[in-house]
Design a protein around this ligand. Sequence first.
Ligand code: SAH
Ligand code: SF4
Ligand code: F3S
Length: 471
Amino acid sequence: MHLPNYKEAKKREKMPYQTVDYQLNSSLKNKYQGKTYFLKTYGCQMNEHDSENIKAMLLELGFLEVESYEVADLILLNTCSIRENAHNKAFGMLGRVKHLKETRPNLIVGMCGCMAQEEGVVDEIRKKYQWLNFVFGTHNLYDFPNILDKAVEEKKQTIEVYSCDLDIVENTPVVRDRTYKAYVNIIYGCNKFCTYCIVPYTRGSERSRKREDVLKEIKDLMDSGYQEVTLLGQNVNAYGKDLYEDYGLGELLGDIAKMKVPRIRFVTSHPWDFTDRMIEVIGKYPNIMPSIHLPVQSGANCILKKMGRRYTKESYLELFDKLKKVRPGIAISTDIIVGFPGESEEDFKDTLDLVKYCKYDNAFTFIYSPRENTPAAKFLDNVSLTVKEERLYQLNEVVNQYFLENNKKLVGKYEKVLVEGRSPKKKDMYFGYTESNKLVNFTGDHISVGTIVEVKITDAKTWSLDGEFYG
Ligand code: SAH
Ligand code: SF4
Ligand code: F3S
């Protein structure tokens, strides 16, 4: 048994990482043929992509996916720790699963992902969720088949969570959710330690994949007809710093752009590490999509300082302006936290002012949620929940107004859209995303999923556009 340990998780040692290849223990191949699984994924794109790896490992073991957890032989929750409500959702699901387990004792239940890396969560599981069969963390995802099998064979709770990052594992199998757009990890972990954030403890230190491994994965995706790749990392701007002297995200983006990948995206960029080289490359290659997620968190310098964000409102705006200038029509989205400990009315007003300047195309807004073991959890929090809720409401009113305003500017224009399928709400329409990452529902006939088409925009809503197929 290995339990998570925050002291270990905090260590950032300069160690060269080994790159090793994934290998399935051959005795496990198809061992579970005829069994079914239900996998529930919470959290960010990184978790979604991890789940694509988990699905492929389950397939190797012989499992088939089912849509309802009530009929599955195995239920696995891939969890997120970022805010309290992510926690509550996962524990709520465990509550529902417990009832099933009472009537079906052979049901296997497991938990993985970021919550598995939390000391407090694992303590609680050991005390109150003895019936949970296995837990594994983000650092030993590749070992999932062995952990599952051990839990089944030994018939006792199996907890295998490593606090430190181990090797980088290449060639983990993957079953992608889509056949036309794909996630590609370029860097794992985070070294930024923003004072509110749990990610550096749940995902370990920054480790880049070798450029040849990234480029090979993208080449294979292109050979299979993929139209879009999204490069993933908690802070993609730090790509390469741990491996190379003079090869970073700017160079990597340039190399991928030259491979003629139709659409390239990347998330998430921390404003602090955003280099001029990256800006130049974004300006140079039209297949790098004009849509950047640039989380600001707050518009008040004193709050940014307490958050440990390493930039000021002024330097953020300077970067923002450079991006707007280098690619006319570029869409910029953001993340904002309200109600950080000590946030005054004046500080909140600074955030509103910044939003009014940036007129974001999209924004994810959150009430600050204290996280176990993070520095901010110990800060004096004198802002009441009612005030925090009021600020979130006010902020949402303002950001929504700009989403609509920006969308309206596109009415009458022709936009390139990557077609994703029939619109879930309006079955007679298709849906897809523009280059600037805006959702479009549009009319048309016999349009192939995964193609890039031209759509005339006919109407604008706050969170989507309407259009008609043009060509
Ligand atoms: N690596 C990304 C952020 C990933 S987490 C970056 O630094 O930009 C996604 C978002 O969740 C963050 O940008 C932040 O706005 C929000 N978030 C993180 N921790 C939070 C917390 N403790 N409470 C509320 N929101 C939080
Ligand atoms: Fe969290 Fe900051 Fe790292 Fe983003 S950069 S994952 S907010 S610590
Ligand atoms: Fe959540 Fe972990 Fe992603 S905490 S946001 S799933 S890195």
